[in-house]
Design a protein around this ligand. Structure first.
Ligand SMILES: Cc1cc2nc3c(=O)[nH]c(=O)nc-3n(C[C@H](O)[C@H](O)[C@H](O)COP(=O)(O)OP(=O)(O)OC[C@H]3O[C@@H](n4cnc5c(N)ncnc54)[C@H](O)[C@@H]3O)c2cc1C
Length: 460
């Protein structure tokens, strides 16, 4: 050990890296962490947190409109984008210093530098300095991937830049159909931009339940967002202050900004892993076992760089489990099944477990319960919106294998439903739970009529 400057060197101070560093240090390890940009990583600096603040901002417009039906007279609301961005930046700076204080409190040495592996025990910093470490953890996250080279790609922004625009664009075209594209489409629409969402697939939110995808697309259209599926952006031309985007069907759309949210790639470039025989899996992430160990025995990787389930709580759990395993004496694998997740669209989406088509593929008998209803708040406001809930039940064990919600507070709801599903709750357990009235959540425990039931013959 004398041969090593530190017990653990962590590359990347984002969700996974900071958690791993802090917990390892709490077990007595000498830990150093390198961060090339800002401490907190994607989630805090240019992901979940700033996004949610923009989501809050964007929802006021509907609140102002809805207030009238409840007897309120609200003057003409005026929105000031620079004020929102400045306030958001102040909050992000506060969070970043809280992260730095935590690292200091746990005696983790923070190096503000890019870091790369020189060999399995040596990390090279931006200054050229070398640090010898017994164990190395790669937690470098992921980066927006703008897709194939097209003419005018230099005019395109990603979510990184969307958080720092000087002005709110009057018109924005967003390419992508994943949750980041959908969320930004709803944010900009709520703030008053004219939004066009262009997606190459047949419907947004690939991988989500088909009913959820359809319901959300209709709701987004109802809020004035143009959702164009089955097309891609072929070229972009700048004309004065405007961007003229040509789509694959040769149609043209003029906008002030063009944003691509076309996926993220694990940050593995320039890390020095090629020379070390650290294996990547086919999705481009670092290949790891259930304890986040790479193909080199003292090098580990957690979070988005492993491209398993790319969410903050998962990166944090993986970082924590790594530290418990290596420094806490408790080998802790991470269970990536039944991860509840949300899309902070308008309306929100909250899901856990299997989609209907996955359930039909995997189970012998599936019972489907679903409902769509007008949220109570929409009665007096007159807003034309509907909520949707679906519960998928294993028809043989009666266990709930999937729950899908589109409507107000779906993210909050699915967190709680997630506990029940993770515990193995059955439909009978849901039915036995008394409703809370009047709520939207009571629909979850009052759905009695099967919408459908699928049986797969035993031979299949
Ligand atoms: C717009 C957006 C919205 C999102 N919304 C949500 C959400 O609502 N909920 C949710 O759960 N997840 C959300 N995510 C995903 C979430 O942010 C990530 O899953 C999470 O941050 C991954 O954590 P990580 O530790 O793997 O990597 P990161 O948090 O990305 O941290 C990696 C860090 O490593 C640093 N780094 C990279 N290379 C080097 C190097 N060579 N040397 C030194 N430092 C380096 C980077 O600067 C970065 O700070 C969102 C992501 C985006 C982009």
């Amino acid at each position: 050990m004398a041969d090593h400057d530190v017990d653990l060197f962590v590359i990347g101070a984002g969700s996974g890296g900071v958690r791993a560093a802090r917990v390892a240090a709490s077990y007595g390890a000498r830990v150093m962490i390198a961060e090339e940009y800002r401490v907190g990583g994607t989630c805090v600096i240019r992901g979940c947190v700033p996004k949610k603040l923009l989501v809050y901002a964007s929802r006021f417009s509907e609140e102002f409109e809805d207030a009238a039906g409840y007897g309120w007279s609200v003057g003409e609301p005026v929105f000031h984008w620079p004020a929102l961005i400045a306030n958001k930046d102040r909050e992000i700076a506060r969070l970043e210093s809280a992260y730095i204080s935590t690292l200091e409190r746990f005696n983790v040495t923070l190096v503000k530098s890019r870091a790369a592996l020189e060999d399995a025990h040596t990390v090279r910093l931006g200054t050229g300095a070398r640090v010898r470490a017994e164990t190395i953890l790669i937690s470098t996250g992921a980066w927006p991937h703008l897709g194939p080279e097209i003419s005018g790609l230099e005019h395109v922004i990603s979510s990184n830049e969307a958080f720092h625009l000087a002005d709110l664009p009057n018109r924005i075209l967003i390419q992508g159909g994943g949750y980041i594209a959908v969320e930004f489409a709803c944010i900009f629409a709520g703030l008053g931009s004219q939004v066009t969402l262009v997606y190459r697939g047949e419907n947004i939110l690939r991988g989500f339940d088909d009913d959820v995808r359809e319901h959300l697309r209709n709701e987004m259209r109802g809020r004035g967002i143009t959702v164009t599926c089955g097309h891609t952006v072929a070229a972009i031309e700048k004309s004065g202050d405007e961007l003229i985007t040509r789509l694959s069907d040769n149609s043209a759309i003029t906008a002030d900004k063009v944003m691509f949210a076309t996926g993220r790639r694990p940050n593995v470039k320039g890390l020095g892993i090629e020379g070390l025989n650290i294996k990547l899996h086919e999705h481009g992430g670092i290949d790891v076992d259930e304890y986040s160990r790479t193909s080199v025995s003292n090098v580990y990787a957690v979070g988005d760089v492993t491209n398993r389930v790319n969410l903050t709580p998962v990166a944090i759990r993986e970082g924590h489990a790594f530290a418990d395993t290596i420094y806490g004496g408790t080998p802790t694998p991470v269970d990536h099944s039944n991860v509840p997740t949300a899309v902070f669209s308008e309306p929100e989406v909250g899901v856990i477990g299997l989609t209907e088509s996955q359930a039909r593929d995997r189970l012998h008998k599936v019972d489907v319960y679903k409902t769509t209803y007008r949220p109570m708040k929409a009665t007096l406001s007159g807003r034309n919106t509907r909520s949707f809930m679906k519960i998928l039940v294993d028809g043989i064990t009666n266990r709930i294998v999937g729950c899908h919600i589109v409507g107000p507070d779906a993210a909050e709801l699915i967190q709680v439903v997630g506990i029940a599903v993770k515990m193995g709750a059955t439909k009978a357990d849901f039915d036995a739970t008394m409703a809370v009235h009047p709520t939207a959540a009571e629909e979850l425990v009052t759905m009695r009529e099967k919408a459908m039931s699928y049986d797969r013959p035993a031979a299949e």
